[in-house]
Design a binder for this molecule. Structure first.
Ligand SMILES: *[C@@H]1O[C@H](CO)[C@@H](O)[C@H](O)[C@H]1NC(C)=O
Ligand SMILES: *[C@@H]1O[C@H](CO)[C@@H](O)[C@H](O)[C@H]1NC(C)=O
Ligand SMILES: *[C@@H]1O[C@H](CO)[C@@H](O)[C@H](O)[C@H]1NC(C)=O
Ligand SMILES: *[C@@H]1O[C@H](CO)[C@@H](O)[C@H](O)[C@H]1NC(C)=O
Ligand SMILES: *[C@@H]1O[C@H](CO)[C@@H](O)[C@H](O)[C@H]1NC(C)=O
Ligand SMILES: *[C@@H]1O[C@H](CO)[C@@H](O)[C@H](O)[C@H]1NC(C)=O
Ligand SMILES: *[C@@H]1O[C@H](CO)[C@@H](O)[C@H](O)[C@H]1NC(C)=O
Length: 310
């Protein structure tokens, strides 16, 4: 209780307290209930090491594998004018995709566009940039048909956008947004996600603000921001949820990686859940996780399935 020395002061205090309460409430909508089944997403195939679709799948979540990556570049690193090709582990064939989807009816398979870099012909890690195409319409036609070619060949269910390197000013938002709108019209493209982190978030904010109707979830890369502890994780979550919305924000974890590790991740999620429900979780990546016997994947799915975060 607030004790007041005079009526006037009391009114003032009440107004301030109310304003604080309102500000806190408006900042991030709380108590948003997520009606859909929880989602667990995991990137796979980027390391170049042998890797299999063998993460244990919990039948009470929607499980999305994200093939990493399809790139708009040749193997030597030169850009391809919108002609995307698959660069993920050659173990992850269309037959393997068919098998994992047949064995688990709750598995969907997406592919992610771009990623950080490519090992070019000299064997060097060459960063891949978003580049503004010379001819936007031509790039869009190429991107649309090459991506749909891959979607059909591998029988995929969706697209993740993971461009990570940008020039300061660019046309990523308008070009990628139009591409996503076109892809969304395809019945087979059921899910579209984006994967920003803080350093390059401006391009994704532009994209999201103009094209959020084409974007289902935001796989925010907390690990790329290297958030060191649960308190910071919550602060980052709140800041980004204000932009992308609680319903679309997917907290994430990097196996053997940057940012919170081990128990600190569960602590972070528990802290978020004191305010909000979480539609799902994302892990980078299956390639690193086999030696841990997929401990984090199993635990994350079980927590989601138990309704711990809903
Ligand atoms: C949160 O939502 C649930 C379900 O709609 C409701 O029962 C509960 O009262 C709400 N809690 C708050 C604090 O608004
Ligand atoms: C890179 O590969 C493409 C396709 O194979 C080829 O057309 C192009 O000339 C190559 N560029 C360089 C710099 O080697
Ligand atoms: C390969 O990548 C390195 C590092 O980014 C770059 O310096 C080099 O020019 C690239 N080589 C080719 C053939 O593209
Ligand atoms: C592309 O970006 C440039 C510079 O930011 C801008 O002047 C131009 O209008 C943009 N073009 C399109 C098609 O959005
Ligand atoms: C979603 O997109 C619409 C335009 O399509 C825009 O008016 C709105 O502000 C966007 N919402 C958010 C949260 O960015
Ligand atoms: C969490 O990390 C932030 C930023 O490094 C630091 O200021 C804060 O003291 C840390 N909090 C705890 C509880 O360790
Ligand atoms: C999920 O719920 C089951 C059944 O109540 C329980 O045995 C299990 O420990 C829970 N798992 C987690 C990770 O909380």
């Amino acid at each position: 209780m607030v004790e007041c020395k005079s009526v006037k002061l009391c009114v003032l205090v009440v107004v301030v307290v109310l304003q604080l309460a309102l500000t806190a409430h408006c900042a991030v909508p709380s108590n948003v209930s997520v009606a859909k089944r929880p989602i667990f997403m995991e990137y796979i195939g980027a390391s170049g090491l042998p890797v299999k679709f063998e993460v244990p799948v919990n039948k009470d979540v929607d499980f999305y594998y994200i093939l990493s990556f399809a790139v708009d570049a040749s193997a030597n690193g030169t850009y391809n004018n919108g002609n995307f090709v698959e660069m993920w582990s050659s173990d992850l064939t269309r037959d393997e995709v068919a098998k994992v989807k047949e064995e688990n009816t709750n598995v969907k398979v997406l592919m992610s566009l771009c990623g950080w870099s490519i090992y070019n012909i000299s064997g060097l890690d060459q960063p891949l940039f978003w580049y503004d195409p010379k001819d936007k319409e031509e790039w869009l036609d190429n991107a649309y048909s090459s991506i749909m070619g891959l979607v059909k060949h591998y029988n995929l269910d969706g697209i993740d956008v993971d461009y990570e390197n940008f020039e300061r000013r660019n046309n990523f938002s308008s070009t990628m947004g139009e591409l996503l709108e076109r892809l969304r019209k395809e019945e087979q493209v059921k899910v579209v996600t984006i994967a920003p982190f803080n350093w390059m978030i401006t391009s994704y904010i532009e994209l999201f603000q103009a094209f959020n109707e084409s974007i289902d979830y935001v796989n925010y890369q907390f690990y790329a921001d290297a958030v060191p502890n649960a308190t910071e994780y919550l602060a980052t979550y709140n800041q980004k949820a204000r932009i992308f919305g609680v319903e679309k924000m997917i907290p994430s974890y990097e196996i053997n990686g940057r940012g919170v590790q081990g128990q600190a991740w569960w602590d972070s999620l528990a802290l978020i859940h004191t305010q909000n429900s979480i539609p799902g979780l994302m892990i980078w990546s299956a390639d690193e996780s086999a030696p841990l016997h997929y401990y984090y994947e199993i635990q994350a799915q079980e927590l989601l399935a138990n309704g711990t975060y809903s």
